[in-house]
Design a protein around this ligand. Sequence first.
Ligand code: F0G
Length: 458
Amino acid sequence: MKSMPYAEPWRIKMIEPLKTLSRDERMQKIENAEYNLFNLKSEDVFIDLLTDSGTGAMSDRQWSALMQGDESYAGSRSFLALKETVKNLLGFPFMLPTHQGRAAENVLLSALLKEDDYVPGNAHFDTTKGHIEFRKAHAIDCSIDEAGEVRAYHPFKGNIDCKKLEDFIVKVGVNKVPVVILTVTCNTGGGQPVSMQNIKDVSAVCKKYNIPLMFDSARFAENAYFIKQREDGYQDKTIKEIVKEMFNYADAMTMSSKKDGIVNIGGFIGLKDENLYRECTVFNIMFEGFITYGGMSGRDMAALAVGLDEATEFDYLHARISQIEYLGNKLKEAGIPLLEPFGGHAIYVDAKDFLPHIPPTQYPAQVLGVELYIESGVRAVEIGTVLADRDPVTREERVPKMELLRLAIPRRVYTNNHMDMIVWGLQQVWENRKSRTGLRIKYEAPIMRHFTATFEKI
Ligand code: F0G
């Protein structure tokens, strides 16, 4: 018997028209953009998979909450609604709003880090790594070995190897490790989840050495969905119950609300310790804004409170992650090499296997992104050597184990016909893959170069 198909638990009330360009026009546009997809105008993109961040569609409930936003500088009703939601849903009594996720990292890491500290975790996201390295501290990847293998199956590839973690803490000394960061789901590793068991084990190591555990929580709800689907003992729990249990083990969290908050901008910090909260308020006021708005408008906080509630509903998550599986399965059937298992917010194409004739320092995943845009107007993003950037000390290129092109799917935005179009686009590139050539960097910034680098064809 065939299993029941899925369908989105919503219907469409408003649409945004998209424009199509010819292949020749797209070739000109990407040349003008100096082969950096971030330099394209969005109107020249047909399906935008650059990111799932801030690109979701809000619900009618969120739009109506937005209309009732309280824009008071201090003590706004919308702030209190968000604070209540963070407390009830996630279990953090203290909350500071920030304008987005990296701002939350900036505030919290200002309070926690000093020069030459070490911050172990699973693979840190690039802004987190940027904030660590900017403070002349070091980001240490203690992921399980399977995390670096494109097609090694592991249900929780985002897990930390607790032996690596503990050995590292012992090696450098507890005093050099002010925080451990667990990213749920792990974006850099391919949108891969962390199991509840691993969360418990990492927390036990942190408790043993009295080190606070912070969650980078951008996609916490998707992580909870995978726990429900894949981990024994969680099938009958609700997503909200699983989320509460996950955060039970965290001392602090940073959030990019642009992902599992399903809003277009915003972030926050959740804290359990009042002293740390007080330290953070100083930085929040300095960098973000007063503690009851921190860079967000009242209406955005109101919409976020509703978004957090909607993102932790099973039916929503089931439709979202099933759509990503639909895309992944179609690409796999077409023979396109992919990172597996599929991630929670994106499909990652294995550019190393796709374009084996292009060496990492000629940026095969960037080439693949450029060619996909030319063929079909689909914009994806490189997660490979360009993103990995240079070593801050030696300035050598850091060649990562995986060269990936990420197809990030915005929340509640595209239909499966769009997914079919993406498959078609990649098939066009696949058919003439041997004729595609590498890229050379013309300009790069000293940190986080991928956003603004320019390229030329070799
Ligand atoms: N942490 C993770 C895991 C992220 O994926 C991001 C952003 C951030 C922190 C920073 O949050 O953008 O609100 O400042 N990821 C986006 C992406 C940019 O495309 O994956 P932000």
